[in-house]
Design a protein around this ligand. Structure first.
Ligand code: OFO
Length: 161
């Protein structure tokens, strides 16, 4: 259980770095709405990491920080960025589900209860990134489309923070 929880700490930490790297790419493409949104989302991921970190230490076990892989920093388009965020969130969901299954096998009901927050959070996050991809598909990226899409994504930053 402890090994899996520490792996999840590393994954949330990596998520924070990944979204910060994506925000940097967006900033350099002059997509300030998306850059702000991804910066806020990176802060959220850092908070997810800290929540796990605190929980593990509260149980009397030791939370550990790990070396992280370098996240990608080049993307083909704004659509590519958000396709990759959704792909990443699906990976996170699968890891949370594996943790929940391990809790049930180990009869670790306290951690099972703690992880319910992450189960609900993953539902919201997948929905959020799907809705951004829907926005991109509906508005399109031609002409003023990119400007409109970026502006709308920027408005979502407040909801995320
Ligand atoms: Fe975006 O995922 Fe954390 O939990």
């Amino acid at each position: 259980m402890l090994k899996l929880l520490n792996e999840q700490i590393a994954l949330e930490d990596y998520s924070a770095n990944l979204y910060l790297a994506m925000s940097s790419w967006c900033r350099h493409q002059k997509l300030s709405g998306s850059a702000n949104f991804l910066e806020c989302h990176s802060d959220d991921e850092h908070a997810h990491m800290r929540k796990l970190f605190t929980y593990v230490n509260e149980t009397g076990a030791m939370a550990r920080m790990s070396a992280l892989a370098e996240p990608p920093c080049e993307f083909d388009s704004i659509k590519d960025v958000f396709e990759k965020t959704l792909q990443h969130e699906k990976l996170v969901t699968s890891k949370i589900n594996a943790l929940v299954e391990a809790c049930l096998e180990e009869k670790d009901y306290s951690t099972f209860n703690f992880l319910q927050w992450y189960v609900a959070e993953q539902h919201e996050e997948e929905h959020l990134f799907r809705s951004i991809l829907d926005l991109i598909d509906i508005v399109g990226l031609d002409g003023r489309g990119l400007y409109m899409v970026d502006k709308e994504i920027g408005k979502m930053s407040q909801k995320v923070a």
